[in-house]
Design a protein around this ligand. Structure first.
Ligand code: GLC
Ligand code: CA
Length: 556
């Protein structure tokens, strides 16, 4: 693997709408982000990914873009964006935007022109089917529920494809004219000084054509559109072209949102001449997911988490450099998902932080993760904003789940969990806004907020700061970045431990992934304790006694 400038960095995801509101309208914005750059710098962040801030009706919170060249006024202006780029660069930080090009908004000019003239140039920017009989259309189910086909507004005999929400018509990547428009737009941003992109839902840009039915897999008589992805071949040509036309000439950093890639494709995706710089490891994210809906999902246990993570590390080997996360804006809070319900504490949160942060790969922090933000309790479906939760609720009820259970299911898997406003302090609305927040603040902000953690050496926040400093320290950076990862005591129940080894250093990360104490064989003598979420640890007779959720990092 060729070494890259970003290998030893720390990345951070901002969900702008919920990060910091500078003008009291209840919506986070670019000036809010600018005001927190020094905070992020101090945390140890080098690369920032912004979820979409382009002009959008926000049907899917900005992942439905109506104008790729402008900033939505709710988030600010292009001057604000230029200021953000300049101020981040002054501080040696990089800014990534979200590249959402599987689809645009139905309010985008291209789609509006397609409506006016379906057989014209812009009709070909989308997947339109000309028929008066919708039963002839293929039977795919969209990710957010319901058929992927929707009547083209103002027409009785045209339908358009949307694999996500109906306000997100899919763009036709088979059309070279569309591709040119996309590349022009990407290059426009990169020329402006943007440092790179996170590539949204990118695997969906290649469809298996011609359209055909798949075996029905639920009572709605539809088939998951993901079945089509397995048949779609040739995505490499599209991604390779985009890399060569846009990312490579700009030396841009890119991170792909890629699900279910095949082993043999890894090198194509993130090898030395890969389509992207890196991509997220979602193996633990998708663990336990059921095709039938959230109501059938299976909880992930510590041993499952460990197995997912280690399997990915083995698979990737030296092919490329992965991106490691415990949460993002589409997922529940990591501490609520990967720590047993009821066991969430400062100690267990620090343990989880330690074991994922020191893996091989680029560590990402999602806003609020660094203070241990947790999932949100809900009492009624009316409180839910997320479109995918609302659909999943419907599916669960239809499958016979009780209302109570269905709500608990949203508490566990819903996307609002990650989208509640950042908890800055204990004042009203957690200091996120002086107005009314667009989504309610998690009531636990009185206990979990940055202000109360900032100067407390033992807080979750301070632990993250220690982790970024340790990972990037002159002495250990090379081992944490490039050192081999070798699992230790891999089969031991509720223990997650691994070595990071370089030529002249051996580091051991060892964690007791449960509330009960546990004694674990200890392999050798210690040079130094680099990090510990307890005051001390006891090593005797070749054994280490670990307290509940204790995690220790040693140099051996
Ligand atoms: C990605 C985004 C998600 C969005 C979807 C459609 O998965 O992360 O938030 O809803 O793509 O753009
Ligand atoms: Ca605002």
């Amino acid at each position: 693997m060729k070494k890259q400038w970003w290998n030893n960095k720390v990345a951070y995801q901002i969900y702008p709408k919920s990060f910091c509101d500078s003008n009291g309208d209840g919506i986070g914005d670019l000036q809010g982000i600018i005001s927190k750059l020094d905070y992020l710098k101090d945390l140890g962040v080098d690369i920032i990914w912004l979820s979409p801030i382009y002009v959008s009706p926000l049907a899917d919170q900005g992942y439905d873009i109506a104008d790729y060249y402008n900033i939505d006024p709710r988030f600010g202006t292009m001057e604000d964006m230029d200021e953000l780029l300049a101020k981040a660069h002054e501080r040696g930080m990089k800014i990534l935007m979200d590249l959402v090009v599987n689809h645009c908004s139905d309010e985008h000019e291209w789609f509006q022109k397609a409506i006016k003239d379906p057989e014209g140039e812009y009709g070909k920017f989308f997947y339109l089917e000309h028929t008066s009989d919708p039963s002839t259309l293929c039977n795919w189910r969209s990710y957010f529920g319901g058929p992927v086909w929707e009547k083209l507004p103002g027409h009785e005999d045209y339908y358009y494809l949307h694999v996500f929400h109906r306000k997100q018509p899919d763009l036709n990547w088979e059309n070279p004219k569309l591709r040119e428009e996309i590349y022009k737009m990407i290059n426009w941003w990169l020329d402006k000084g943007l440092d790179g992109y996170r590539l949204d839902a990118i695997i969906n840009i290649k469809k298996a054509l011609p359209f055909k039915d798949y075996p029905v897999d639920r009572d709605d008589h539809l088939a998951a559109c993901t079945l089509m992805l397995k048949d779609a071949t040739g995505i490499g040509e599209l991604l390779g072209e985009m890399r060569d036309r846009c990312f490579k000439p700009h030396n841009a950093f890119t991170v792909g949102e890629v699900f279910n890639e095949k082993d043999e494709e890894l090198a194509d995706f993130i090898g030395d001449n890969g389509y992207f710089s890196t991509m997220f490891d979602f193996s633990e994210t998708i663990f336990g997911q059921s095709d039938q809906g959230w109501q059938d999902n299976v909880d992930i246990k510590p041993d499952d988490y460990k197995a997912c993570v280690f399997a990915t590390q083995k698979r990737i080997g030296d092919i490329g450099f992965l991106s490691n996360i415990i949460e993002n804006h589409d997922e529940p809070r990591g501490v609520s998902r990967y720590i047993k319900e009821g066991d969430q504490s400062e100690t267990s949160k620090k343990m989880l932080a330690t074991v994922y942060f020191l893996l091989k790969g680029l560590p990402w922090i999602y806003q609020g993760q660094e203070i241990g933000m947790e999932n949100l309790k809900i009492s009624s479906i009316d409180e839910v904003d997320d479109i995918s939760s609302i659909d999943s609720y419907k599916v669960a009820l239809e499958a016979g789940t009780s209302k109570e259970e269905a709500l608990h299911m949203i508490e566990k898997y819903g996307r609002d969990n990650a989208r509640t406003p950042f908890q800055w302090n204990r004042t009203k609305h957690a200091g996120f806004t002086t107005g009314t927040p667009w989504l309610r603040v998690n009531p636990n902000y009185v206990d979990i907020n940055l202000e109360s953690q900032k100067d407390d050496e033992h807080s979750v926040f301070s632990h993250y700061r220690k982790l970024t400093r340790l990972r990037k320290s002159e002495k250990y950076s090379d081992t944490f970045t490039y050192g081999e990862l070798i699992p230790y005591m891999e089969d031991m129940h509720n223990v997650m431990a691994y070595y990071r080894k370089s030529q002249n250093q051996t580091i051991l990360v060892i964690a007791n992934y449960q509330d009960e104490e546990q004694t674990v064989p200890f392999p050798s003598t210690i040079k130094e304790v680099l990090l510990n979420n307890y005051e001390d640890c006891v090593i005797e007779d070749g054994k280490i006694a670990l307290k509940g959720y204790q995690a220790v990092v040693f140099e051996l």
